[in-house]
Design a protein around this ligand. Structure first.
Ligand code: PDD
Length: 287
């Protein structure tokens, strides 16, 4: 069945939705995005995703196309029209269509940003069987640009990384810069040593994950120790556990890194517990 998607104020059948060939999102990857999960028909961590959207837009000097109340209304309308019980809402804002190709940004106020949203139906998203066996990851060099804290649609290298992982028989790739893990292709990376959760500190080197913020908050509330610092692949291979977080994977255990099994090769207790707490708490607070 055809989805209903949203483009610049209109709800359209997906076949009828279109964006200009001159859109700077298409020509220059000049756009930002958010992915918000839906569980039980409700939006998970909506406020966090919209706050990060603002930060991404501000960093690129793209005008916000509509306010947060309107964005919430659009998200809800799409979830309802597409009867999404469990799934994702993808939102993208680009600098829009200035009518031609030019490296310079269009003059302020002359070009309306493009706003596109669509849903992805993922029945049973929170019961992903992969969470019971855990992911295998490989390491690859991080050759992305220096502002990874802005959630831009420049996702070619993360896509290549995902393909490298698949071809190596793994589930994802952890990117490494100057000897330390930055993050996964589309998630934040963690290890656990002696019950302590270790994850890279926030900086422009990584995306400031909304799931990361929530998981670290819940971990601290549950009296778990958290250390925000870089770690290497070698340290991770010797850790008790590892996991990743994102809006689509929630908390996903990692059981193998570059062919080295962690512990007994099964998801560890800290990752399993954090997944449980995260799902429970965020369902409770869902909009
Ligand atoms: N990706 N790091 C990167 C590079 C990401 O692309 C993502 C999210 C994360 C986790 O952020 P959050 O917890 O806010 O989802 C970290 C989304 C899910 C995607 O591109 O589909």
């Amino acid at each position: 069945m055809s989805r209903t998607v949203y483009v610049n104020g209109a709800y359209l059948a997906e076949e009828r939705a279109a964006v200009s060939v001159f859109d700077r999102g298409f020509l220059m990857a000049d756009g930002v995005y958010e992915v918000t999960s839906v569980l039980g028909g409700r939006l998970i961590d909506f406020g966090g995703h919209m706050a990060r959207l603002r930060r991404s837009l501000d960093a690129l000097e793209i005008e916000a196309p509509v306010d947060d109340d309107e964005l919430l209304a659009i998200h809800r309308e799409l979830v309802a029209r597409n009867a999404i019980e469990d799934g994702l809402v993808y939102l993208q804002v680009t600098r829009g269509n200035p009518g031609d190709r030019d490296f310079a940004y269009p003059a302020p106020g002359t070009t309306r940003p493009t706003l596109v949203l669509f849903t992805q139906d993922k029945p049973g998203l929170a019961d992903n069987p992969a969470a019971r066996t855990g992911w295998k990851v490989i390491s690859i060099p991080d050759i992305r640009w220096g502002r990874r804290d802005i959630k831009t649609v420049q996702l070619l290298y993360p896509s290549m990384g995902k393909m490298m992982a698949k071809r190596a028989g793994a589930d994802d790739a952890w990117m490494v810069e100057d000897g330390f893990v930055t993050e996964g292709t589309s998630n934040n990376a963690y290890i656990v040593r002696g019950g302590r959760i270790i994850t890279r500190q926030l900086s422009p080197d990584i995306l400031h994950g909304i799931t990361r913020a929530a998981v670290l908050r819940f971990a601290r509330e549950a009296q778990m120790e958290v250390e925000e610092r870089p770690f290497s692949i070698e340290e991770a291979q010797g850790a008790d556990e590892a996991f990743v977080t994102s809006a689509s994977a929630f908390v996903m255990p990692v059981v193998e890194i570059d062919g080295v099994r962690l512990g007994d090769g099964a998801p560890g207790p800290v990752a399993r517990r954090l997944r449980e707490i995260y799902l429970e708490e965020s369902r409770r607070a869902a909009l």
